[in-house]
Design a protein around this ligand. Structure first.
Ligand SMILES: NC(=O)C1=CN([C@@H]2O[C@H](COP(=O)(O)OP(=O)(O)OC[C@H]3O[C@@H](n4cnc5c(N)ncnc54)[C@H](OP(=O)(O)O)[C@@H]3O)[C@@H](O)[C@H]2O)C=CC1
Ligand SMILES: O=C1CO[C@H](CO)[C@@H](O)[C@@H]1O
Length: 275
């Protein structure tokens, strides 16, 4: 029987988060981000992933407001950057992000990276914002098991989401299992390996299912129960990347994609970053 996938997952606090969103890193503030977000909302996306560090929160906000899609139907994530961490700084950073977006509440606010000595204080600010109703959900990004364990030993409200680098060359099975056990929703960044999709297996599955390599990879994320946020500024690809709810990868093909794992990062190591 075909495995149908709901368009949303339920977070620990009951909030519905879309399984597929548009990432907007390296999408320029102004016309570029407005066009990409506008095209995504038109194509049926209901989730946008930005960050204060991306410099395009204002454009995301304008595109959402101008889209004609009711605000409550769009799930907007932003993140506190590394040099904004600490309790007071984070509260200030949030005010700036919320003003940039101009959308009232933020749906999901994340700690962008686990800055040593700071992330617990940063998270206290997120808890405060959550309790004040300024954000509908809170979480973290680039947290490994030990960061999560450390944070969970100190926090009052469990993180609802952990957004990490994940794709067929970095499958993160242990972290995925850990997050599943804790009820923390795993969300994958760089899901398309930045467009490096020219792998023989992906080409083979593309022919088998009559889907593009990007669609095969996005579907693999979804069937693992992972929320994902492929980025594109190209309208046709934005639409293509959303065409993933009308087919199903067979279990053996899921396993073959899992086996591509090389523990290969395209981005930084959460235990060793210097930005
Ligand atoms: N929390 C964190 O630390 C991080 C979060 N992120 C988030 O994750 C999002 C996604 O990750 P990102 O690093 O952007 O990389 P992705 O894996 O999403 O790849 C994006 C690249 O793939 C290309 N592409 C998109 N769709 C297709 C397609 N169908 N076929 C071929 N190529 C395609 C895009 O080109 P084009 O745009 O030209 O169409 C772009 O060059 C980011 O935008 C950001 O929101 C990313 C990194 C770190
Ligand atoms: O969100 C982000 C976009 O990509 C960058 C480069 O990999 C990351 O460092 C950053 O966390």
């Amino acid at each position: 029987m075909k495995m149908s996938i709901d368009s949303t997952v339920e977070l620990l606090n009951g909030v519905a988060m879309p399984r597929l969103g548009l990432g907007v890193w390296r999408t320029q503030e102004g016309e570029e981000v407005e066009r990409a977000v506008g095209a995504a909302l038109q194509a049926g996306y209901r989730s946008i992933d930005t960050a204060s560090m991306y410099g395009n929160e204002a454009g995301v906000g304008r595109a959402v407001r101008d889209s004609g899609v009711p605000r409550e139907q769009v799930f907007v994530t932003t993140k506190v950057w590394n040099d904004q961490q600490g309790y007071d700084n984070t509260l200030r950073a949030f005010e700036q992000s919320a003003a940039n977006l101009g959308l009232g509440h933020v749906d999901l606010y994340l700690i962008h990276w686990p800055v040593k000595g700071k992330y617990k204080d940063t998270y206290r600010a997120l808890e405060e914002l959550y309790e004040q109703g300024r954000v509908r959900a809170i979480g973290v990004s680039n947290f490994l098991e030990h960061h999560l364990e450390d944070l969970m030993g100190a926090c009052r409200i469990k993180p609802m989401v952990n957004q990490v680098e994940m794709h067929p060359l970095l499958t993160r099975k242990k972290l995925l299992m850990f997050c599943r056990k804790e009820g923390i929703q795993l969300e994958s960044w760089r899901p398309l390996m930045q467009g490096n999709l020219d792998l023989p297996l992906l080409q083979e599955l593309s022919r088998k299912y009559g889907k593009t390599p990007a669609q095969i990879v996005i579907r693999w994320h979804l069937q693992l129960g992972v929320v994902t946020i492929p980025k594109s500024v190209t309208e046709s690809r934005i639409r293509e990347n959303a065409g993933v709810f009308d087919f199903e990868l067979e279990p053996e093909d899921m396993n073959r994609i899992d086996e591509l794992n090389e523990n290969r990062r395209f981005g930084a190591d959460p235990d060793n970053f210097d930005f």
